[in-house]
Design a protein around this ligand. Structure first.
Ligand code: SAH
Length: 340
């Protein structure tokens, strides 16, 4: 790359660090690479300034793999007949969450497909039961719900909500989220914000058909919404979906995108996504020096865990919640970070 281009890019990175709102074309020049070392250094400085060396460890409990959606990228799509579907009982959801709290987790993500079996009433009851016995923070990740339901769940005690927008391009959204509208997704995110949820958004990197222009739009959208969390992870192809056999998202492009997200949203919680670790565990080590400050660990009961396969996953050997958490703490310490 010529010296002028390098100078322009480093000037842009400095401006982003100072709160400059970029044009999409400017972000594309960074996504194209050529200045990674400086980008990663600045993202790391910003992370250390805002978050210190702390890495938040969060539990994730996948309580149902039923889904009404037909997303072309997702192994749990309603159109996949090969999924062995399960639903956890209210008792098991509460019991597993309390076990996670005892093992030291301060936050649990309750995630599922878009499964309307769990009505507003059921979710509220689960949230209330957990909150009556523990002060663990509850993040819901259950897909789109109407304003009234989200409001009731918030009143019941839910603290956060994770709903990735997946792609900021309207036509591409219709294609991959088969028939659904980006507007509904983004409106739901705005509702979550107005209800006082800590709101998580995010998107995938490398889903076939995605362009750098779209990723620039994704980054600007999470900034516009003002996401308090943003999950940015590489796409991994699942054999039982229309995207079977396609190449996975690029880990380096993922790291660049997370680094830019750190500069655009200095205080956000940015997870090292599970899918990045699935592609390449050494990339997972690096992402903590490129802006990430959160990691999630599954606490889903082993009887059901392997049935929750959004993308092909290496489940590893069976361990109890406490042992798995202790190992993760050691891993984070080995990266010169402090597990919280
Ligand atoms: N049904 C809930 C939970 C989402 S699943 C919802 O719609 O909000 C969690 C996330 O996994 C998705 O938001 C998506 O970004 C990611 N994901 C889905 N399929 C994937 C794939 N094939 N590769 C990588 N990430 C994927």
């Amino acid at each position: 790359m010529d010296r002028n281009a390098t100078k322009e890019k480093s000037y842009l990175i400095d401006s982003l660090s100072q709160g400059y709102l970029p044009e999409p074309e400017e972000l594309i020049t960074l996504l194209e690479g050529g200045i990674d070392e400086y980008l990663f250094q600045k993202a790391n400085e910003m992370t250390l300034e805002r978050k210190g060396k702390k890495v938040d460890i969060r539990a994730i409990l996948e309580f149902s793999n039923y889904c009404r959606c037909r997303c072309t990228y997702c192994g749990l799509s309603a159109e996949n007949p090969n999924v062995n579907r399960y639903r956890l009982s209210e008792e098991d959801i509460v019991k597993t969450t309390l076990e996670a709290a005892q093992a030291g987790y301060r936050t649990i993500v309750l995630q599922s497909g878009e499964d309307l079996f769990y009505t507003e009433e059921k979710i509220c009851k689960i949230v209330r039961k957990i909150k009556a016995q523990s002060d663990i923070s509850i993040t819901l990740s259950i897909g789109e719900r109407p304003y009234q339901e989200l409001s009731a769940m918030r009143k019941a005690g839910a603290d956060r909500f994770l709903l990735k927008h997946e792609t900021s391009d309207e036509d591409f959204y219709k294609e991959i989220h088969k028939g659904d509208l980006l507007k509904d997704r983004v409106d739901t995110q705005k509702n979550l914000k107005s209800l006082g949820y800590e709101t998580g958004g995010g998107f995938m990197i490398g889903i076939p058909g995605q362009t750098l222009q779209m990723i620039a739009g994704d980054l600007l959208l999470i900034r516009e919404i003002g996401c308090e969390m943003a999950g940015i992870g590489p796409f991994i192809s699942h054999e039982d979906t229309p995207l079977r056999g396609q190449k996975s998202g690029d880990p380096l492009l993922t790291r660049r995108t997370v680094a830019i997200a750190r500069l655009l949203l200095p205080d956000a919680n940015l997870p090292a996504t599970t899918s990045l670790g699935v592609i390449d565990s050494s990339q997972l080590d690096l992402i903590f020096k490129n802006g990430a400050n959160v990691i999630m660990r599954k606490v889903t009961p082993w009887s059901e865990r392997t049935k929750y396969e959004i993308y092909p996953t290496n489940f590893g050997e069976e361990k109890d919640i406490k042992t798995a958490r202790t190992e993760l703490e050691k891993y984070i310490e080995s990266l010169d970070r402090i597990p919280v």
